[in-house]
Design a protein around this ligand. Structure first.
Ligand code: COA
Length: 343
């Protein structure tokens, strides 16, 4: 419980103590501001040094290539060693830059303005990523219940519109959060962010599709797809991604591609082999949605532009998701092979 002084002498004593404490607070705050100044100077000099290093390394690479023609085998070995080290530098600089403030890209500048979104320590970065995964999980549950209600309980166009509106908001939010994650050194592939732009567009178009025969023809297929993809598959994805995140945090690492720890790799491959069939099934469902919509577009009663737009969006989603997932798995496999060879 707080001590409350009674009587003038106790009050004066309390005031004197507070005065001393106040001096201490002022001193601590002065020190804090001084350190902040030092930190911003260090950030500035680090950023400048990295830019200078990049420029000089680029020039050196060109010069080394030119020298190569007239060299002895020993000199060639020296050059190979230098080139090997140069190849590692971009990754090191990328990691360093994820702890330095930088100018926001076009999208973040438009949405947030030029506010600094770089988190300055590993814990905050993990916490932000963790929150992003939890946000997706909560929305997955809400969207699952919503799509189930629309599919099996209430068939009402206004409720469908509300569902599509929620999807638009959800995907927009993801694009912003993912851009912030990328600024903080996340290696999310460009396609996954672009995929959310396409999904925002698709949900926006679905929102404007007027009630009618064609809408009703596609409605059940669309809602069942949402139940599967946004509800079920996204839940499995959450389980895999947050599993990776917690294991990486326990190992003090940030990226699974850089990791050779046996336990982690085998967990990751088990997770992936379980997840991949469901992911690919979802991708082919996107293709099926696209084909269905293009078939509907051939019907004489089809007047709505939304049919072709949604068809194109589903085809784009199928191609991007399918080939990017194949690429990710191939890259992980090759990485694994290289690391087992080098051990
Ligand atoms: N959305 C958002 N972020 C993703 C992502 C996705 N689909 N796939 C990977 N990432 C993130 C990872 O969390 C990781 O972030 P970090 O650098 O902050 O740690 C980074 O991108 C690199 O991940 P990577 O090592 O390439 O892949 P992974 O092992 O984390 O995941 C897959 C691999 C195949 C499971 C994942 O890419 C995936 O789920 N793809 C399919 C998505 C899909 O098809 N969705 C269909 C429509 S919903």
């Amino acid at each position: 419980m707080l001590f409350s002084p009674s009587g003038i002498s106790e009050c004066v004593q309390e005031w004197n103590d507070l005065e001393k404490d106040y001096q201490h607070v002022q001193e601590t705050h002065r020190l804090y501001k001084q350190k902040l100044e030092e930190v911003s100077k260090l950030q500035q000099s680090c950023s400048t040094a990295i830019t200078r290093q990049r420029k000089k390394l680029k020039e050196l690479t060109v010069s080394l290539e030119e020298c190569k023609e007239k060299l002895t085998p020993e000199e060639m070995n020296v050059i190979d060693g230098i080139q090997e080290s140069i190849r590692d530098r971009p990754n090191v600089f990328f990691e360093m830059e994820s702890f330095l403030p930088k100018k926001n890209g076009l999208y973040l500048s438009l949405v947030l303005g030029n506010v600094n979104v770089t988190l300055l320590n590993k814990q905050s970065k993990f916490a932000y990523k963790d929150e992003y995964e939890k946000f997706k999980l909560i929305l997955t549950v809400i969207l699952f219940v919503f799509s189930f209600t629309c599919r099996f309980v209430v068939s009402y166009r206004a409720l469908d519109a509300l569902f599509n509106f929620l999807l638009v908001w959800y995907y927009c939010t993801l694009t912003i959060r993912e851009s912030i994650l990328i600024s903080n050194g996340s290696r999310i592939q460009g396609w996954w962010v672009f995929h959310h732009y396409v999904s925002t567009f698709l949900s926006g178009v679905m929102l404007t599709w007027p009630e009618g025969k064609l809408y009703q023809m596609f409605r059940s297929q669309f809602l069942t797809y949402c139940l599967y993809q946004i509800g079920f598959v996204q839940f499995l994805q959450y389980y895999y991604q947050s599993g990776c995140l917690y294991r990486l945090r326990a190992l003090g690492e940030r990226h699974n591609m850089d990791l050779t720890v046996e336990g982690f790799q085998s967990w990751m491959w088990r997770g992936l082999t379980f997840l991949l069939p469901f992911l690919f099934f979802g991708h082919f469902w996107q293709l099926y949605n696209g084909v269905t919509l293009f078939r509907m577009a051939q019907l004489p009663e089809c007047k709505e532009w939304q049919v072709v737009m949604c068809g194109c969006s589903y085809l784009a989603l199928f191609m991007g998701n399918f080939f990017t997932t194949l690429g990710v798995v191939y890259k992980k496999y090759m990485n694994n092979q290289d690391k087992s060879k080098s051990l």
